[in-house]
Design a protein around this ligand. Structure first.
Ligand code: 3PG
Length: 221
């Protein structure tokens, strides 16, 4: 039976709220080699980070996500850098639990609003946020968070949009993650600082586990 858009939005929001319980830190992961995928995911999970974003930025991305979904059941895998309805469909077929985008084109919002998979569109302005809200997406990525105005920008958006919830990414690190999470409209923060490309290339899994553990400690309480 086809569900109506309001039902879909309600079930997506509920699923997303359940997923976000595994936060509040989301490693933004870019994989160049499929063989790094499973050890990286295990390193992050060992460090206390389960909610992952695998970006569709490399040829290895889709196979990497599939390998993690199959071999690391503790990981809660989302697909990021979803730029088109076709990417969204790829994410769904891979078995991703959710999808994220740095932006929010009309096509993408339309496709995502017809899908059961939770989706976090990206916004950097009030108008983009209004388009996301109009399609039933109350939880959005604020990207590029630091470059787009940082914490003052998000505080300003809280005024006209008290219903919106944000996952800032872009420039978040161990030093400022806690400050972002202190905002009442921030439900999670994302970033690559826990799994930088240099560490992945070096297969420095213990170092990545340490970075993850430090991140968890840095946002405690
Ligand atoms: C993203 O897609 O969210 C960003 O590329 C992550 O930004 P960062 O590398 O500054 O953490």
């Amino acid at each position: 039976m086809t569900q109506n858009p309001t039902d879909l939005s309600g079930s997506r929001n509920k699923k997303l709220a359940d997923l976000l319980r595994h936060g509040p830190i989301v490693p933004v992961i870019t994989l160049e080699r499929v063989e790094d995928a499973v050890p990286l995911a295990r390193a992050l999970v060992a460090g206390g980070l389960r909610l992952l974003e695998i970006t569709l930025r490399t040829p290895a991305a889709a196979d990497s996500a599939a390998a993690i979904i199959q071999d690391v059941p503790e990981a809660v895998v989302g697909i990021g850098t979803v730029l088109t309805p076709n990417d969204l469909e790829r994410a769904r077929k891979l078995g991703a639990r959710y999808a994220l985008s740095p932006g929010a084109t009309p096509d993408l919002l339309e496709a995502a609003s017809e899908s059961e998979m939770p989706f976090i569109p990206g916004i950097a302005t009030a108008s983009e946020l209004m388009a996301a809200l109009a399609h039933g997406f109350q939880t959005v990525k604020f990207f590029p968070a630091v470059a787009a105005g940082g914490i003052p920008a998000l505080k300003a958006l809280a005024g006209p949009f008290p219903q919106a919830r944000f996952c800032p990414t872009g420039g978040i690190d161990e030093k400022n993650a806690r400050d972002w999470l202190a905002l009442s409209n921030v439900v999670a923060v994302g970033g690559s600082w826990v799994c930088p490309t240099s560490d992945i290339r070096a297969q420095a899994w213990d170092e990545i586990t340490s970075k993850a553990q430090r991140a968890v400690v840095s946002v405690k309480d």
